[in-house]
Design a protein around this ligand. Structure first.
Ligand code: PRP
Length: 221
């Protein structure tokens, strides 16, 4: 970390579904920056007055920026954080971005039991979480890593099942897929680099307390 970085708090925000909710939450504690948007081509947006820098990155890369200290703080879904296996502090459950991870199959080819899928192919963005889940059930699987539109897997014959997140259930329904096993719940989390947390403790601690107060008052409302 450079000395000049000590003056700033760098916050990594994920593009996509969590971006606007994260930016809105930070704005409520005065953490804003002009032009902050996940559509912007400018990837670092700075508020010089408040000494805050926002990095806008691909969702799956947020834990990497934070682990290496390129960002002090980040917002990321618990699902992506667990999958990444990155060594960061998890400071706060932000409550939004609720979803759950599950295993689903194509309804017309549904087999009676979970273990009937042993030794079949599972398409997923979360191979580590999936492997842990199937290991717990004593099932060996073939993992096919996809980067999006996971639901296509069983429909086009790429895999027998998927492990993916569900929010509203619309994508499963529209593709004639059925959830057959729940894996874990997930929400957005505030994470911190371990060194930054020590070196910038006062600032990070104050920020976490401000966020906690906002979340608590919103939960009561
Ligand atoms: C996620 C997930 C499902 C969908 C679930 O995909 O992978 O496809 O959302 O949401 P639903 O239950 O409300 O339908 P995302 O939109 O992040 O895009 P991706 O397919 O490119 O990963």
């Amino acid at each position: 970390m450079q000395t000049s970085d000590m003056d700033y708090l760098t916050v990594a925000l994920p593009k996509g579904k969590l971006f606007s909710l994260s930016a809105e939450l930070f704005a409520k504690i005065g953490y804003t920056a002009e032009g902050l948007s996940d559509q912007s081509r400018k990837l670092i947006i700075t508020n010089e007055e408040k000494k805050i820098r926002f990095i806008v990155s691909k969702t799956a890369d947020v834990p990497t920026y934070v682990e290496y200290g390129a960002a002090d703080i980040g917002v990321i879904g618990k699902d992506v954080l667990m999958e990444s296996g990155k060594d960061v502090y998890e400071l706060l459950d932000l409550g939004f971005g609720k979803c759950h991870l599950m295993m689903a199959v194509h309804k017309p080819e549904r087999r009676p039991k979970l273990t009937d899928y042993a030794h079949t192919r599972v398409a997923t963005k979360f191979p580590h979480i999936a492997e842990q889940f199937f290991n717990e059930h004593g099932m060996q699987m073939e993992y096919i890593k996809l980067n999006g539109s996971i639901e296509l897997g069983p429909i086009v014959g790429l895999s027998e099942s998927i492990v993916d997140i569900v929010e509203t259930g619309t994508t499963l329904r529209e593709n004639n897929l059925e959830e057959i096993a729940y894996i874990m719940d997930a929400t957005a989390r505030l994470i911190a680099n371990r060194v930054s947390f020590k070196l910038k403790f006062d600032r990070i601690h104050a920020m976490v307390e401000d966020l906690r107060q906002i979340l608590e008052s919103e939960a009561k409302a």
